[in-house]
Design a protein around this ligand. Structure first.
Ligand SMILES: [Zn+2]
Length: 236
């Protein structure tokens, strides 16, 4: 869970909900970790930052649910910080006689492609956004048509240089011993926890406001230990 004072928790939650979905993870980093340029961080680096933030605010234990693809058993997962990968240093992509220089996608790029009608359209748009220049035989040339081969090669090169956008947790089924990797997205995880923590705080406000007529501000200013006792009295 995200351990923040309740007023701050709800303020951050409000701000996150009013931001475009693709920018919410960066907003958390900017607000809670002081990363002013978080929306310009490569997505994998941003997600590593979110993991560190989560460890500071909620510890290093993560929980989740998975379904075994072999036998269908539902598993409750508890895992420590997923291992991050070593990034391969960026170098221009060489393809078809072209040397293409590119940068890594960031949260603003993801926001820009959010309205694309299909995943293929989004991948092409992302490639166009991130290509900086193209050269042939040492001479700058116009950007090439973004055919499937170039888009796929760029996508691979970006993933190698910013690998932590796709973290995996290795899981083994206790019923059938099948082992597989579950994708772990730090941004989705941390935003879900923020949501759950904020809604839990609002439930407390709702219960105490209904019982005593206190305002949200009054309720949130009561120390949690005393609030828990009032809640126990109200909820029986
Ligand atoms: Zn199984």
């Amino acid at each position: 869970m995200i351990a923040l004072p309740d007023e701050e928790l709800l303020r951050v939650w409000d701000a996150a909900r009013s931001a475009p979905a693709a920018l919410r993870p960066a907003l958390l980093l900017a607000t809670l970790a002081g990363e002013a340029e978080a929306s310009r961080m490569p997505v994998g680096a941003r997600d590593r930052g979110l993991l560190e933030l989560r460890m500071q605010l909620g510890g290093g234990a993560f929980e989740g649910i998975a379904t075994c693809p072999a036998c269908g058993t539902k598993l409750e997962l508890v895992f420590s910080t997923p291992p991050t990968s070593d990034a391969i240093p960026m170098s221009p992509l060489s393809i078809g006689g072209l040397l293409i220089e590119f940068r890594l996608p960031d949260s603003r790029d993801l926001a820009a492609i959010a309205g694309e009608p299909s995943i293929d359209d989004a991948r092409v748009r992302l490639a166009k956004l991130c290509v900086v220049s193209a050269m042939r035989d040492g001479v700058d040339v116009a950007l090439p048509p973004f055919d499937d081969e170039i888009v796929a090669a760029l996508s691979d090169a970006m993933s190698r240089s910013d690998p932590d956008g796709d973290l995996c947790v290795n899981v083994s089924c206790p019923d059938c011993a099948h082992a597989w990797d579950v994708l772990f997205d730090p941004a989705t995880y941390v935003l879900s926890e923020l949501d759950a923590s904020a809604i839990a705080a609002m439930r407390e406000v709702d219960a105490l406001a209904s019982a005593y007529g206190w305002s949200e501000q009054q309720i949130l200013s009561i120390p949690r230990s005393r609030r828990a006792i009032y809640l126990g009295m109200v909820l029986g």
